[in-house]
Design a protein around this ligand. Structure first.
Ligand SMILES: [Zn+2]
Length: 188
């Protein structure tokens, strides 16, 4: 997945995560809730349950575990909004929302629209998907925050809890950022 990323994007994503944390008066090691970031960016977060005109059947269909639905951004005026799958775990919702926010932060242009009921939903090219995937993870757990957590002696599940992230996300970030190697080196 990360091989699709353009040169320098990973370092940029870390800077972006720190910059947005700073705007919210948060340190690198603090949890940045996706909903708080959305408010800062002027994006509304909407549960399918609160969308007028979606029938109970439609709601069941899109939030069914087999539907594969995570979240989708609707470019509405005056503010865009993100519809998310309220049946996902809170940790999964965080990553779903951060992914969508990453597309908005990067101002990715959709390559096509598919209709979800009467709502136009965007889809992106693979490199933009990779960027949103990567930046979304950085927004949840930035590298400096991860280094802090490991030095504090937190276990993976404690790190997950601390950042409101899934265990898989913690393990993914540890693996991909090489923080453990960095900490080992500094200890020698
Ligand atoms: Zn995406």
């Amino acid at each position: 997945m990360s091989k699709n990323l353009r040169h320098g994007f990973k370092a940029y994503a870390e800077r972006k995560s720190l910059e947005l944390r700073k705007a919210l008066n948060l340190f690198a090691h603090q949890y940045m809730p996706a909903r708080k970031l959305a408010t800062h960016l002027g994006v509304r977060i909407v549960s399918p349950l609160s969308i007028k005109g979606l029938t109970q059947n439609a709601i069941e269909a899109i939030t069914d575990p087999d539907s594969g639905f995570s979240a989708v951004t609707i470019l509405a005026q005056p503010t865009p909004f993100i519809i998310y799958n309220h049946k996902h775990t809170p940790a999964r919702q965080e990553s779903d929302l951060m992914h969508e926010l990453a597309h908005l932060i990067e101002d990715h242009s959709p390559v096509s629209f598919t209709m979800m009921g009467k709502l136009p939903c965007r889809s992106f090219n693979p490199s933009h998907e990779s960027e949103a995937e990567w930046l979304g993870g950085c927004l949840q757990i930035c590298r400096d925050g991860l280094v802090w957590a490991i030095r504090e002696g937190l276990s993976d599940s404690e790190i997950a809890e601390h950042f409101g992230a899934s265990l898989e996300m913690v393990q993914f970030r540890r693996r991909m950022t090489g923080v453990d190697r960095q900490i080992q080196r500094n200890r020698r």
